[in-house]
Design a protein around this ligand. Sequence first.
Ligand code: TRP
Length: 333
Amino acid sequence: MTAQPRVLSGIQPTAGSFQLGNYLGAVRHWVDLQETHDAFYCVVDLHSITVEQKPDELRRNTLLAYAQLLAAGVDPHRSTLFVQSHVPEHTQLGWVMQCITGYGEASRMTQFKDKSARGGADHSSVGLFTYPILQAADILVYQADGVPVGEDQRQHLELTRDLAQRFNSRYGATFTVPKPLIVSDTAKILDLQDPTAKMSKSLPNGAVFLLDDPKVITKRIKSAVTDSETEVRFDPATKPGVSNLLTVLAALTGREPAVVAADYDGRGYGALKADAAEAVVGFAAPYAASVAELVGDPAELQRTMRVGADKARAVAAVTVATAYERLGLVDLG
Ligand code: TRP
């Protein structure tokens, strides 16, 4: 068998339930990539603690995130599915990467600037500041060729590439320089109440949480903001709300949004919302049942997590050993 290109991606366990945008915009593509890639996927719990977490919630959310990746179709036999904190090599390489990152370079990360501006400098941890450097280590420690992420992660990927190239040029070829695999904007799921913003757990009123009750999900979709016309047409610029519903329905039924729109000629927004709600519930109900079953057997979930961590460590340990050696850290032999 010829080696498949490797991908790595990570998702934070910060909300109890993934929202529809996580699934359609990211996780669904992770599932597809398993067909053609040697895939490494992790629940990045160490990134979550860059802001204060309640320990019991973090523990529960990490298990739920892991179970949701399984329920969504990440296959632990085919891919390497693990929890970041189970693989200490991430933080080991993270330190090395911090030592080759410029202070000014780190200061230019716009996500940090946005987040710290919101909370005030004293409320931002140093961990939040170095977050992108740990992310770089997540990727480089597996020698990933590609990183499926959203547009908002482009700058972090640029930093990752810069750090890989810098290390390689100082100490000799060590890291694969990864390429971003940016999920196209047309697949981006928008907030149901404000369709100019991306759907996000931080705007809970406009998000659909997949583990919510079907009634709640249906109500959310039926109360989505549209526009004052009546024609169903795929036109993201002038009709963002309607186009977003078309994107959701199209993604869940494997069609193109413009093709889906034609079904609603003369039928109006009510019919579109009803069908979109039905499609989302049709996915979410069995998904939630599968998640409940998975978290209902913690011993089995732990076994799966251990297999993932062991597979991940086998790769990560080699990279860290090589990097340490190149840096001149003394080997115990
Ligand atoms: N920062 C990413 C996000 O918020 C999550 C993440 C952490 C990640 N480490 C990663 C994504 C490594 C891709 C690769 O979406």
